[in-house]
Design a binder for this molecule. Structure first.
Ligand SMILES: [Zn+2]
Length: 332
């Protein structure tokens, strides 16, 4: 992975590249930003620049043995750690701790990349903190997180923090047209729903996006008119796949947001689901402003719960019950 292949994030790329070129590399970094926004791609490009013995202006050469091993994903000094099940466990951090103080077998550096670092167990985080307090020489640790606020402040304070912001919709659209071969008008819609995250947008484009979106737009109306058993059935169905449930919640959020936008402005051009204007108009009339604001908050909270690995089915049931109960003129 080379810097020039990275989409967006120009300031972060420039700063990291300059750090490599100037030989001013820190011991620990935190890349914070939404899922799929490009943190891992930047971390891998950074690792390549750190492990290549002959970088040019902070960019890996792409030709040497190290670069070839990096491209093949088997460089011995780049170790990627990701959650084992629902968390990063103490044993994983102990192994990192053991390896980190050894002299690199190949080249002059070693890089650890810790995905979803906010899922360190408390015990694991304490152990990890010890490594950060006595940083091993020649080792660079890069933590990635979409929920940096969930990391212990003691860990945060020892990292150089780089914040990754959502990309402009237009840039995500370009990625979709180029990589997923979407037609421009479909790409525009998916890009809007991705929240500026190209990884997320590609997932949406590859999955059963159209079907999931149809269900998300229909769900609030359906639940308001269904027996309560249907709430539990829908939640159970969706809970089978957590990643898919998260996509569904993004789509549901976009839908509720459209209902709110319509209530407040009646401006078609501001809608994400522009192809469903008549359903937007009809559904928006079924809610008060504060119902929709409350529901949007609840969807956000549910997404947060799912990302934190709470019980998916339970979290969805609570949300869907609320959806079933929310309607104009009725107190909850
Ligand atoms: Zn190289």
């Amino acid at each position: 992975m080379k810097w020039e292949k990275i989409i967006g994030h120009r300031e972060n790329v420039l700063a990291l590249r300059q750090a490599v070129a100037a030989g001013r590399v820190g011991h620990a970094y935190l890349f914070a930003g939404p899922r799929g926004v490009g943190k891992t791609a930047v971390a891998r490009a950074f690792a390549a620049a750190l492990l290549c013995p002959a970088p040019a202006a902070g960019e890996a050469c792409g030709r040497c043995r190290d670069c070839r091993q990096l491209a093949a994903g088997n460089h011995p000094e780049l170790q990627e750690i990701r959650p084992d099940g629902a968390s990063i466990k103490i044993d994983q951090v102990r192994e990192l701790q053991r390896v980190a103080y050894l002299t690199p077998r190949q080249g002059s550096r070693r890089v650890f990349l810790v995905e979803e670092a906010d899922l360190l167990t408390r015990e694991a985080a304490n152990s990890f903190l010890k490594v950060l307090e006595e940083p091993p020489e020649r080792t660079v640790i890069i933590l990635l997180s979409s929920r940096p606020q969930a990391l212990p402040p003691t860990v945060l304070s020892r990292c150089q923090v780089f914040t990754f912001r959502p990309l402009p919709v237009r840039e995500v659209e370009e990625v979709l047209v180029r990589e997923a071969k979407l037609a421009p008008e479909v790409a525009g819609e998916v890009a809007l729903l991705s929240g500026g995250s190209p990884g997320r947008a590609l997932e949406l484009a590859r999955g059963d996006f159209a079907e999931l979106r149809r269900r998300a737009c229909g769900l609030p109306g359906m639940l308001r008119q269904s027996p309560v058993l249907e709430v539990f059935r829908q939640a159970a169905l969706l809970a089978e796949d957590r990643e898919r449930a998260l996509t569904f919640l993004d789509l549901l959020e976009a839908w509720l947001r459209d209902l709110l936008v319509w209530r407040e402005t009646s401006a078609e051009r501001l809608l994400i689901n522009r192809d469903r204007v008549s359903l937007v108009r009809q559904e928006a009339a079924a809610y008060r402003r504060r119902d929709l604001v409350g529901l949007l908050k609840q969807v956000g909270a549910t997404k947060e719960l799912l990302r934190a690995n709470a019980n998916t089915r339970l979290a969805l049931e609570v949300l869907f019950l609320r959806l079933a109960g929310a309607r104009a003129g009725r107190e909850e």
